[in-house]
Design a protein around this ligand. Structure first.
Ligand code: ATP
Ligand code: MG
Length: 564
């Protein structure tokens, strides 16, 4: 890439990289990384980080590594590693052969620690965890030095080696950096860099019983890989002096630049993995990829497309200030994408039987239906029409209020791609009195949807032929949390108090067009007038159709924008 080709910066991180490239810093190289800890599934917040890191690499002619920050064996699992790789790929990004694990560097980290001890910059402390916390001081009070702080280098080397050899139980000793117990930055008050943990690691097994802390592992991993720009979220801003301290004290050749940006927060959503784990473990949702989850796999199962998520991440931008994005924007991006590509079909979620009294019994015909009005190339299909149909229960009212224009006794409406029909009688259940069937007539002159005499109707309804349609289960989802900010709770409650008990409604006896009988899992469709629906990735089979409602057609975001 020549200097003229360097793209204009679309955000402040890009501006930094652009300037570095122009100044030929790092010999013009750009290498970023996405560094998830494999202690849960990725969520939409991670998508922001993925799009940013891989996107910058792409825009500036660089590369992006995928690195698992797997330094905490008690919380990490292979299942999470697999899901993270699958999700990053599905989002459309490729780390090629650059898949790394912090655990691959455990030997190096150990050498780094020994190097610091020899330099007099690290010591073994034998205070308890509580004492260490107490000695650390507060924002207003300086910390106190540990009585073990001035152990000799030899004693430190000996103790550290014996820590590694498994001679001590968990919690008896830690290795700490020797920086400054009076620093205004708490992260510099002799942070712990190694702890004893007799736990099996998912990759290194029982080889190690001491594990590096995040701050010690992260920057050094960046440096080992030759990362140029280490992009992370704002909570690490106060850790940056420590990040730099380690790399400087270790005399490492590569000194990546840490840059912090504001994490994504979404209304009606929690993003902390600790809380997401609880939703799954406590059964508030069925799985990590439950379509109500803000996880990438949940969004995928719900029917979100990678394109819509990438578009969303582009639109929210990258800033240095915390904010909360309205979920309606995410849905808006999805609708824009699906509107262009989702085939239209007819499905009746709550069927009401309609008998056309003047349509010949035993006969049927095929009507032409448009597959996608936004895409002429999608063509048309044949939909069977016959004497007995289903329409939506909500499309009929016996005693309609003023603004209800759909079907009612004596009223004429249009059936989509079909005929005008008029309701002539209502059949009730003898016991409950509920309407169970409508008797209607159709006007054969109106085939295709227009009357030769020019008469108008005020509503067009979707429908399916009773005999030809196929049964399906449809799962309707709404927000998992009632409040915009699920963390807002009364004293003594936690975020689970805001869980919406009605976030899932299952409709078992829906009827869909016969063309959907062999729909492939993950197919996304628009059910006309109802919304976008996706054939469930796991549960939809040829024997049992299952659709998830991805999003309704109503676009609240467009309305919010109009108002402002
Ligand atoms: P936790 O939820 O347990 O605090 P985490 O979300 O920080 O963990 P990591 O696996 O460490 O989980 O995250 C990997 C990367 O994704 C990090 O660089 C982190 O800064 C970034 N990231 C995490 N959450 C968000 C978010 N909401 N918005 C943007 N980036 C995020
Ligand atoms: Mg993290």
């Amino acid at each position: 890439m020549t200097k003229q080709d360097i793209p204009t910066a679309s955000n402040f991180v890009a501006a930094i990289i652009s300037a570095d490239k122009k100044a030929n810093k790092n010999d013009g190289r750009v290498l970023t990384r996405f560094p998830p800890e494999p202690n849960g599934y990725l969520h939409i917040g991670h998508a922001k980080s993925i799009c940013l890191n891989f996107g910058l690499a792409r825009d500036f002619g660089g590369l992006c590594n995928l690195r698992f920050d797997d330094t905490n064996p008690t919380k990490e699992e292979q299942e999470y590693i697999d899901s993270i790789m699958e999700d990053v790929k599905w989002l459309g990004f490729d780390w090629e052969d650059r898949l790394y694990f912090a655990s691959d560097y455990f030997e190096k980290f150990y050498e780094f620690a020994v190097f610091l001890i020899r330099k007099g910059k690290a010591y073994v402390d034998s205070l308890s965890a509580d004492e260490i916390r107490e000695y650390r001081g507060t924002l207003t009070q300086p910390g106190k030095e540990s009585p073990y702080r001035n152990r000799s280098i030899e004693e430190n080397l000996d103790l550290f080696e014996r820590m590694k050899n498994g001679e001590f139980p968990d919690g008896t000793h830690v290795l700490r950096a020797k920086i400054n117990m009076a620093s205004g930055n708490l992260n510099l008050r002799d942070p712990v860099i190694y702890r004893i943990l007799h736990a099996s690691h998912h990759r290194t097994g029982d080889r190690w019983c001491i594990y590096p802390m995040y701050d010690f592992a992260h920057g050094q991993s960046d440096s080992i890989e030759g990362i140029t720009h280490s992009i992370c979220t704002l909570e690490f801003e106060d850790h940056r002096p420590l990040y730099d301290w380690f790399i400087d004290e270790l005399d490492l050749a590569c000194h990546p630049q840490q840059i912090e940006f504001a994490r994504l927060n979404l209304t009606h959503t929690i993003m902390s993995k600790r809380k997401l784990v609880r939703l799954v473990a406590d059964g508030h949702v069925k799985s990590w990829d439950d379509p109500r989850m803000p996880t990438i796999s949940g969004l995928r199962r719900r029917g979100y497309t990678p394109e819509s998520i990438r578009d969303f991440c582009d639109r929210i931008g990258v800033a240095k200030k915390e904010s909360t994005v309205d979920m309606a924007l995410l849905e808006h991006c999805l609708r824009e994408d699906l509107n262009m590509r989702a085939p239209r079909v007819m499905a009746v979620l709550k069927p009401l039987k309609v008998v056309l009294e003047n349509y010949p019994a035993g006969s049927m015909e095929y009507l032409d239906a448009v597959n996608n009005p936004e895409d002429a190339a999608a063509g048309t299909r044949k939909v069977p029409f016959s004497r007995v149909l289903y329409i939506e229960q909500d499309d009929f009212m016996e005693d309609p209020p003023k603004k209800f224009f759909r079907l009612a006794p004596g009223r004429e409406v249009r059936l989509r791609y079909g005929y005008f029909i008029t309701c002539v009688a209502v059949v009730r259940d003898e016991e409950s009195g509920a309407v169970i069937e409508l008797r209607c007539t159709y006007d054969p002159e109106t085939r295709g949807g227009n009357a030769p005499d020019g008469r108008k109707v005020k509503a067009t309804l979707h429908w399916v032929s009773a005999e030809h349609s196929v049964e399906a289960e449809v799962r309707l989802y709404t927000h998992l949390f009632l409040k915009e900010n699920p963390a807002m709770v009364e004293e003594g409650e936690d975020f689970t108090a805001n869980i919406n008990p009605d976030s899932l409604e299952i409709l078992e006896n829906c009827r869909v067009e016969p063309g959907l009988a062999d729909v492939e899992p993950e197919t996304i469709l628009q059910f006309e007038r109802l919304g976008y629906f996706c054939a469930d990735r796991h549960d939809c089979t040829r024997r049992r159709l299952v659709f998830n409602r991805t999003v309704t057609l109503r676009d609240t975001w467009a309305r919010i924008q109009k108002k402002t």
